[in-house]
Design a protein around this ligand. Structure first.
Ligand SMILES: C[S@@+](CC[C@H](N)C(=O)[O-])C[C@H]1O[C@@H](n2cnc3c(N)ncnc32)[C@H](O)[C@@H]1O
Length: 218
């Protein structure tokens, strides 16, 4: 198991792993692997766009200065659980609006003290901004029509001045009539209106044909 460029993320051949914060526990049926007395969880890029991004980017983020995270669209916690492994000292606020998805997220957070789940709508950051404060990393994966606007408003409310962002931009189902390039252009304009710049955009094929990962700075 070799360390990768990203804090808390390891490589074994072509695969990514994180150090299991709760040894013996799987979150989504993933492979567990013990090496030199340490247990790792396989991070499946077909199930997690962040894993797909880390495998595909030529310039992976280090996350070295990340002490707090705002994660929008936690779902059942697949990706959240790997961030929880990778950043055990960080505080990770996880917003999810579906009560059905929130239940497993809540159960996950009972085992993992660095997770703070919030049953809330990411379109209304004013409802949770005071609890969250300013974060070092804003991550969004909500598959909503107004996804760039949601990111911009959350960055305005909660992203620290030198903070970084990752937006998993759904390019297919927003509208079938626009090309990926047009969707990306519209998202860039929306983000720039909030003084955010897109530093990198990475296609997540073959893992996801529907998304681009945008790395965003302020
Ligand atoms: C594609 S899933 C997220 C998968 C997750 N990020 C992962 O990798 O494990 C999108 C999630 O966003 C949630 N969502 C959609 N719109 C939202 C909103 N406005 N506020 C909060 N959550 C939202 C959905 O309920 C769903 O659970």
């Amino acid at each position: 198991m070799d360390p990768s460029a990203t804090r808390g993320v390891f490589r074994h051949g072509r695969d990514l792993y994180t150090h299991n914060l709760i040894p013996g526990r799987r979150v989504y049926g993933e492979e567990l692997r013990i090496e030199s007395g340490t247990e790792y969880r396989h991070w499946d890029p077909w199930r997690s766009k962040l894993a797909a991004y880390l495998l595909k980017t030529p310039d992976a983020p280090s996350f070295d200065r990340v002490r707090s995270v705002l994660y929008l669209g936690g779902a059942h916690g697949t990706t959240v659980s790997h961030l929880s492994d990778a950043l055990p000292q960080a505080t990770i606020f996880v917003v999810e609006k579906s009560p059905i998805s929130f239940a497993p997220l809540l159960a996950l957070s009972r085992e993992r003290p660095n997770l703070l789940p919030l049953l809330a709508d990411a379109q209304l950051p004013e409802r949770y901004a005071a609890d969250v404060g300013l974060v070092d990393l804003l991550y969004q994966d909500v598959a909503q029509r107004a996804q760039a606007q949601i990111f911009r408003e959350n960055a305005l409310a909660c992203l620290a001045p030198a903070g970084e962002g990752l937006l998993m931009l759904k390019v297919r189902s927003i509208t079938q009539s626009l090309t990926t390039r047009a969707v990306l252009g519209a998202a860039k304009r929306e983000l720039e209106a909030g003084h955010l710049s897109v530093r990198e955009s990475i296609e997540l094929t073959p893992f996801s044909r529907e998304h681009l990962a945008l790395r965003i700075g302020s």
